[in-house]
Design a protein around this ligand. Structure first.
Ligand code: CTP
Length: 402
C-alpha cells in the first residue's frame, strides 16, 4: 500500500506556467490514495482553471480568504488543521518571498501561517530569479525554519532560457512526498555513507578511476535521512547534488577516503560502503606531465587499503554494510565477502548487463546477512534505497536488541 493512502494533502498552486504540470501531480497523488484539496492563488487561475483541479481532485477548489460561504464551510484554520502536509507546487518567487514574511493576505498564505504540519515547496521560476540573492535568502531563511524544498530542477525553461529553476517532474514530486510519510525507523541514529568513485592520480593531469556515478550512495543517503537518520556522506567526485540535510565530506583518492571514513565511523551507528574504491593506485605519482616519448608505458600499481574491512575491525564498530559488484555467482560471492570481511550485511548487484549497476538509474540487489537473505527486484535506485534502508534498520535493531 502506498504511504500516501488516506493522507490529507493541501496542494497550493501559485501563479507560474508550471501550474499545468500540477494537474498531473494532482492526478498522481489521488492515484496513490491521497485526499487532495487544491488551494489556488488568484494569479494561478490565469494559468489553469479551478474547474480542472476540482475535476482532478474530486474536491472543491479553495480560492478566497474572505469568501464568507467558503470560510464558514472550511476556512483557513480548518484547512490547516485538516492537512497532514501542505505542498506548494509551483511555488513562485513572489509566493516564496511572501511566505518568508508571513504575509496572510491570500488564503494560501494564511493556511501556511496557521499550519502546524510540514510545508513543502516545489519552486518554479526563471533561472536568474532563482539564483537572485533575494530568492536565495528567502529560501535559506525558510529552510532554517523547517520548510522543505523539492527542487528546483535543471533544464529548459518556458521563457526560452535554460538552467536551475524548473519545477520537478510530477512523478518525482509524488515520490518525494511519499517519502515524507516514511516510517522514521532511524530517528536518533547516525549513518555514514561512502559513495562514488575514487581518483588515483598518475601525474598532474591524469588519473585512474571507474564508472561509478554515485547514484546508489546518494539515494541511500537520502533514504536514511527520510527514515530520520543524521547522515554523513563521504563522496568521491560525482556530478550529483547531495541531499540538503546530509553533512558532505568530499574526497578524491582511496587513501583520503580511508582516512576520513575510518576517522568518522566510530561516531556513527551504521556504515554503508557503496563507494567504488579503486583496488589499485599508482605506486608513484609523476611530478610533471608524462610525455609520450615511448611506444609503451608501464605504470606500477599497488593495492589500496580496504576501507570496509578496516571499519569492520574497529573496536567501536558500527553496523557495517558492504556492497559487491559481481558478474556471476552473486549470492555465493556476497556470502563469502560477508564472512571474510566480518560484515553485518552485503548488498550484491549484478554488473556488466544492460539493466542496473554502474551509472544506471535502476538497480536490483541480492542482500545477505548472517542467517538471512532477500532479493530486491529491479526498481529505481530511490525505491531500492528505501527498501534497503528498511532492511538495514530492521537488522540493526535486531542485532542491538540481542
Ligand atoms: N571497498 C573498500 N575499500 C576498498 C575496496 C572496496 O571499502 N579498497 C568496499 C566497497 O565500498 C564495497 C566493497 O568493499 O562496499 C566491495 O568489496 P570488494 O571486495 O572490493 O569487492 P569487489 O571489488 O567486487 O572485489 P573482488 O571482485 O575483487 O572480490
Amino acid at each position: 500500500m502506498s504511504r500516501l493512502a488516506e493522507k490529507s494533502i493541501i496542494l497550493g498552486v501559485t501563479g507560474g506556467i508550471a501550474a499545468y504540470k500540477t494537474c498531473d501531480l494532482t492526478r498522481q497523488l489521488i492515484q496513490a490514495g491521497a485526499c487532495v484539496r487544491v488551494v489556488m492563488t488568484r494569479a494561478a487561475t490565469s494559468f489553469v482553471a479551478p474547474l480542472t483541479f476540482q475535476a482532478l481532485s474530486g474536491n472543491p477548489v479553495h480560492l478566497d480568504l474572505l469568501d464568507t460561504e467558503e470560510e464558514s464551510a472550511m476556512g483557513h484554520i480548518s484547512l490547516a488543521r485538516w492537512a497532514d502536509l501542505v505542498l506548494i507546487a509551483p511555488a513562485t518567487a513572489d509566493f516564496i518571498a511572501k511566505l518568508r514574511l508571513g504575509l496572510a493576505g491570500e488564503l494560501l498564505g494564511a493556511i501556511c501561517l496557521a499550519a502546524e504540519v510540514p510545508i513543502v515547496l516545489a519552486p518554479a521560476m526563471n533561472r536568474a530569479m532563482w539564483s537572485n540573492p533575494a530568492t536565495q535568502e528567502n529560501v535559506a531563511s525558510l529552510s532554517a525554519r523547517g520548510v522543505r524544498l523539492l527542487g528546483p530542477a535543471d533544464g529548459a525553461q518556458a521563457c526560452g532560457e535554460s538552467g536551475l529553476g524548473r519545477m520537478m517532474e510530477p512523478t518525482d514530486l509524488c515520490r518525494a512526498v511519499e517519502e515524507f510519510f516514511a516510517d522514521k525507523t532511524l530517528d536518533g541514529h547516525s549513518v555514514l555513507v561512502s559513495a562514488g568513485p575514487t581518483r588515483e592520480p598518475i601525474d598532474p593531469v591524469r588519473y585512474l578511476t571507474n564508472r561509478s556515478s554515485g547514484k546508489m550512495g546518494y539515494a541511500l543517503a537520502q533514504a536514511a535521512i527520510n527514515a530520520g537518520a543524521k547522515v554523513t556522506l563521504v563522496s568521491g567526485p560525482v556530478f550529483l547534488a547531495p541531499p540538503k540535510e546530509a553533512t558532505l565530506v568530499n574526497v578524491e583518492t582511496a587513501a583520503d577516503m580511508f582516512e576520513v571514513v575510518t576517522g568518522l565511523a566510530p561516531q556513527h551507528d551504521i556504515y554503508i560502503g557503496t563507494a567504488a574504491v579503486a583496488d589499485y593506485t599508482p605506486a608513484a605519482v609523476a611530478e610533471g606531465k608524462i610525455k609520450k616519448h615511448h611506444e609503451a608505458l608501464d605504470i606500477r600499481l599497488t593495492r589500496t587499503r580496504d576501507i570496509l574491512a578496516a571499519v569492520a575491525r574497529l573496536p567501536k564498530k558500527p553496523f557495517t554494510v558492504g556492497f559487491a559488484a559481481e558478474t556471476d555467482h552473486l549470492e555465493s560471492y556476497a556470502r563469502e565477502k560477508l564472512e571474510r570481511k566480518g560484515l553485518d550485511m552485503v548488498a550484491a548487484n549484478r554488473v556488466g548487463q544492460s539493466q542496473g549497476g554502474f551509472d544506471s538509474d535502476e538497480n536490483a540487489l541480492w542482500v545477505v546477512w548472517p542467517g538471512g537473505e532477500l532479493q530486491l527486484p529491479m526498481a529505481s535506485k530511490q525505491q531500492i534505497a528505501t527498501q534497503l534502508i528498511e532492511l538495514i534498520s530492521d537488522n540493526y535493531r535486531a542485532k542491538n536488541s540481542t
